[in-house]
Design a protein around this ligand. Structure first.
Ligand code: BTN
Length: 264
């Protein structure tokens, strides 16, 4: 299958080759197939439409043709960067910066890998690691609130729901590649602190009452530490509960947040 276009962007580590397709089953599947060839490190796959877009937990990802950025990045990160917590934070923070650039709105990360604007999910992230690492990103750009509601997604959002600025899907995709490249380059140079600080701020939960869902149940308390190594919650009574972020399935403000998705 050949792309309808190929971009060559002036990036450091990813996006020097961007394969653009009108339609694919799933950009993640194509990126995973490209992982057979290590020379494809940093290749980005973009599609105008997916016929079998995949979401988390085996769900599907719905986006009308031309309405969103459907992107997968193939990487072969060094071992220290192959941690799901880091990779999801990298993708989510890059999306937040892109949203800010495109709309002027501050986006929030919803644990572990959704991006919300004003409480509505505008983006989902699917990181898959096998031969290489594939970071799949679905960012809603131009759907109207009415079309999202008609699609059975009344609580989802798109960039167009939050700005009057004109939005160009390809320009948003380029901006996202630039953000991903900049953040990834910093990580490769050993600076994880910048990403950690941005991730913490975008999660917005530090010091707040939270519910932490792990494999063995839910704990409620005050989030007193959040790093790529530890999530620490002060339980009622003062005892501390500490766990690695990879073991946390959900972390949310105890006031709760309404789920809003592109899942069928
Ligand atoms: C989620 O469930 O929230 C994650 C959705 C991820 C969707 C993106 S769209 C581009 C890439 N290709 C896929 O098949 N899925 C991801």
């Amino acid at each position: 299958m050949s792309p309808c276009e190929e971009w060559h962007l002036p990036m450091r580590r990813l996006g020097r080759r961007v394969l653009v397709f009108d339609r694919l089953e799933s950009t993640n599947d194509l990126a995973a197939a490209l992982a057979q060839e290590p020379g494809n490190d940093g290749v980005v796959v973009l599609a105008g439409e997916q016929t079998a877009g995949r979401g988390q937990h085996g769900r599907s990802w719905q986006c009308p043709p031309g309405a969103g950025v459907l992107m997968s990045v193939l990487l072969f990160p060094p071992p220290a960067l192959r941690r799901p917590a880091l990779l999801t934070a990298w993708a989510a923070v890059s999306v937040c910066e892109t949203v800010l650039h495109a709309t002027g709105q501050q986006a929030q990360v919803k644990w572990p890998n959704d991006v919300l604007v004003h409480g509505r999910k505008v983006c989902g992230i699917l990181i898959e690691q096998a031969r290489g690492t594939v970071a799949g990103i679905g960012l809603n750009v131009s759907q109207s609130p009415e079309s999202l509601a008609r699609a059975g997604l009344p609580a989802a959002g798109s960039l167009a729901c939050f700005t009057d600025r004109p939005l160009d899907r390809e320009e948003v995709a380029r901006q996202l590649v630039e953000q991903l490249d900049e953040e990834y380059d910093r990580m490769c140079q050993g600076d994880l602190d910048t990403l950690e600080a941005r991730w913490k701020r975008r999660l917005g939960l530090l010091g707040r009452p939270v519910a932490v869902e792990c494999l063995d149940g839910v704990r409620r308390g005050r989030l007193c530490e959040l790093t790529f190594d530890r999530v620490v919650v002060e339980l009622p009574g003062g005892r501390l509960f500490a766990i690695s972020p990879e073991m946390v399935r959900h972390l949310e403000g105890n006031d709760g947040m309404i789920g809003a998705t592109n899942h069928a």
